[in-house]
Design a binder for this molecule. Structure first.
Ligand code: GDP
Ligand code: IMO
Ligand code: MG
Length: 423
């Protein structure tokens, strides 16, 4: 069993980047397996803050190799900006950052198509990050996509142009106004591709197969969260990839019997950015406090995140779909100061009480049923061991462990690498 997984169990932004960074010292190789620059993974250490979008979160550890797997979609322009942003860190990118030839490329016109589709949907829009994710995965499954490996062909610009022309016709179909300069977009893309070609492209499934054979320790880093999974999330308000455990197998070419630990990561409350149902969402003072104390703004788009109580129905569902073996609870510090904490343990669904996550959780059909727990007042952010935890936090942890049947192995009490308590 050589590949462990770390996956978000809610609607993304659980703190995956932070925990991958913390865990990297135990691993030889960190690999992203799906999503693309819609992700924003924040790492904070030694007074520096970094937001990574496509580069795996092991990049700051000298000994680790970082692989961008076949299931990821790459925008060369954003990718280069990320690399440039890390220039002061003396990272030997050619050596430690390897890119799958089978990963698909996000073209400038994929981004335009994303914008056109959202504009045309009006008030029903998904709330996409507008990074071109949906249109790129559509071209992948529609068997029209352009892959990283194509950039090694002499005629890659012809492939680019053919796909671009197809997209321009599709944009016309949407009949919405978009402001863009295609020549500028093309030039910027071509320049970024030349930079991308300075990195190392690999046949990643073979590379990972050899790494497993050589007993290397591999951690697969998820993006987004289980409730944004294209199959199991709150469809259609989801992303366009499988964010759950099975996505790691297809997004890396690793067989299911090679998967070891599955770290499931969740916030002690719930957030969501973009549109879509959210049964425990708060519109009151409590929600505003979570947003303020938790600095709940999207790491990629800067949009405010919607906040609400922990949803145990959804959390248990995510644990089940992913086969979670250990839980990591993030942002416990944000809940300090509440007299009472609520956890949704069932839904009133179309007049019935249910404990499973149904086909649709549209707001008119779902009302959360809460269990109340006593809150804690102590500031957790300076704590360094679980012995310092207030009893009410221990009770909150125990409650979640009993509900899910899974141990919480990490409690995070602040954004910094150091504010991580091993249980
Ligand atoms: P990711 O997409 O799952 O990597 O998460 P994001 O980086 O988008 O969002 C998590 C946010 O919470 C970031 O701003 C982190 O710096 C911050 N964060 C992570 N863990 C904690 C924690 O335990 N406490 C607090 N207060 N902030 C945290
Ligand atoms: P990380 O990896 C939170 C949301 C968007 C939108 C929906 C579809 O940082 O947790 P897309 O751009 O994929 O077409 O958007 O999914 N979304 C995220 N929300 N964290 C993310 O990534 C997200 N990536 C996409 O807000 O609702
Ligand atoms: Mg994020």
């Amino acid at each position: 069993m050589a590949v462990d997984l770390l996956l978000g169990l809610q609607w993304g932004d659980e703190g995956k980047g932070k925990i991958v960074d913390v865990l990297t010292k135990k691993y030889n190789l960190i690999s992203r397996f799906q999503g693309g620059p819609n992700a924003g993974h924040t790492l904070i250490f030694d007074g520096h803050k970094h937001v990574l979008h496509t580069i795996p979160s092991g990049i700051f550890h000298k000994e680790a190799i970082n692989v961008v797997g076949n299931g990821v979609v790459i925008d060369p322009v954003i990718f280069n900006n990320e690399i440039e942003g890390l220039s002061k860190f003396d990272v030997d990118f050619k050596k430690v950052l390897l890119i799958s030839r089978k990963a698909h490329l996000i073209l400038p016109t994929h981004r335009l198509l994303d914008a056109a589709s959202e504009k045309a949907k009006g008030k029903d829009k998904i709330g996409s990050t507008l990074k071109g994710i949906g249109p790129t995965y559509m071209d992948k499954t529609g068997r029209n996509g352009m892959r990283v490996g194509d950039l090694e062909l002499d005629n890659w610009k012809e492939i680019f142009e053919k796909l671009t022309q197809k997209h321009l016709k599709m944009i016309e179909f949407y009949d919405v106004e978009l402001d863009y300069d295609l020549d500028d977009l093309r030039t910027c893309f071509f320049n970024s591709v030349e930079k991308l070609k300075e990195l190392t492209f690999i046949d990643s499934e073979e590379y990972l197969h050899q790494a497993i054979k050589a007993d290397k320790k591999i951690l697969a880093e998820g993006a987004q969260g289980s409730l944004l999974d294209v199959d199991f999330g709150t469809y259609p308000f989801v992303t366009s990839s499988n964010t759950t455990a099975a996505g790691a197998c297809t997004g890396l070419g690793v067989a299911p019997n090679q998967i070891g630990e599955v770290y499931g990561i969740f916030k002690a409350y719930t957030t969501r950015v973009g549109s879509g149902p959210f049964p425990t969402e708060l519109f009151d003072e409590d929600g505003a406090t979570m947003a303020k104390v938790g600095h709940e703004f999207g790491a990629t788009t800067g949009r405010p995140r919607r906040c609400g109580w922990l949803d145990m129905v959804a959390l248990k569902y995510a644990c089940q779909v992913n086969g979670v073996t250990q839980l990591n609870m993030m942002k416990a510090d944000v809940l300090s100061g509440f007299d009472t904490l609520k956890v949704c343990t069932a839904y009133e669904y179309k007049g019935e009480v249910i404990k499973h996550f149904p086909y649709n959780i549209e707001p008119e059909n779902v009302k959360p049923i809460y269990t109340e727990l006593k809150g804690w007042q102590a500031d957790l952010t300076e704590m360094t061991s679980k012995d310092q935890f207030p009893q009410e936090l221990n009770d909150y942890v125990t409650f979640i462990e009993q509900e899910t049947g899974i141990k919480i192995s990490i409690v995070s009490v602040g954004p910094d690498r150091k504010q991580t308590i091993l249980m």
